[in-house]
Design a protein around this ligand. Sequence first.
Ligand SMILES: Cc1cc2nc3c(=O)[nH]c(=O)nc-3n(C[C@H](O)[C@H](O)[C@H](O)COP(=O)(O)OP(=O)(O)OC[C@H]3O[C@@H](n4cnc5c(N)ncnc54)[C@H](O)[C@@H]3O)c2cc1C
Length: 326
Amino acid sequence: MDKILVIVEHKNGLLKKVSQQILGFISDFCRQSEKKILVLIYGEKIAERLFEEVASWGADEIITIENQCFANYNPAIFIPTIADVIKKNSPQLVFFGNTAVGRDLSPRLAQYFNSYMISDVIDIKIEKDKFCFTRPVYGGKLFEEVETNGELVFVTVRPNSFGNSVNYHKNPHIYNIEPKAITNFSYMVSDILRKESEEKSLSEAEIIVSGGKGLKSAENFVLLEELARVLGAAVGASRSAVDAGWRPYSSQVGQTGKTVKPKLYIACGISGAMQHLAGMSTSQVIVAINKDPEAPIFKVADYGIIGDLFEIVPVLTEELKKIFKD
Ligand SMILES: Cc1cc2nc3c(=O)[nH]c(=O)nc-3n(C[C@H](O)[C@H](O)[C@H](O)COP(=O)(O)OP(=O)(O)OC[C@H]3O[C@@H](n4cnc5c(N)ncnc54)[C@H](O)[C@@H]3O)c2cc1C
């Protein structure tokens, strides 16, 4: 059991941020231990540059499943094939992003192996080969620490929970496996209907414009959507804005929402409660717009604008439009 398997996800020929973050973290650890990193990449087509990217995170082996059946997530097909990879390699830990696929796949595999899963992990401590995982419980009111005893465990990691890692290039052994033939299944995903949406994923976004109770209504979020459009940003929200029904839960940033780590986070009408900061304070640059000079958000902001967001945001949008036109 000297192996760690990371099941990665990719989009447009690039690793998803969460997969990159898991690989970076595991690579940092494996450099000082005897453990080997196995990476499983699946898809209908796997872009060449993905191999380079995965190799740059110290992967010892890259196992690919390049097949039409793996174009879309389909547990009936995925489980038996991935279970075979696990049986053949006997990893100690299997990592996934805490994404829609990771959240569905990991408990099914844990059940298949009569094993355990630890979900939504936000921190990992490793001492003498013993892993201790931290995860929020009771809607983020408490944090639980879970230790493993060396048996096979499935782990999902919350996006943007780990710090930056340094690349560590290896020349991994790469091989492809064929999906296992399915002879009997209780159900099968026959098609995936994608919602037509231009909304950017918060976890992946490089720029986020976020709004809070200071926006005063759902309709006023149009101001942030316009600013976000100019910047190519995603729109986030505080829990108060989500609880008020102004934004969907999927846009909530914070302890009980998403953890984000964009290059630029613009907080508009957000006070900066600790539960909100828990989800965004590691953003590279934070800009806060708030009419209250005492608002705690200014303590973490790199740039603060004290004033009425209803006056400031439209001016900012117009000025940025001019800059990006040039
Ligand atoms: C267990 C638990 C988990 C939680 N999880 C989360 C979480 O994941 N995410 C999260 O965000 N919160 C979370 N909260 C809630 C958190 O404690 C705060 O209540 C919430 O973040 C406040 O949201 P807000 O800043 O939008 O609203 P407020 O605190 O009401 O702040 C509104 C701000 O807008 C400013 N403002 C008002 N009008 C204007 C204007 N015209 N121009 C400029 N500024 C203006 C005000 O000065 C004020 O600072 C959690 C709480 C608990 C107990």
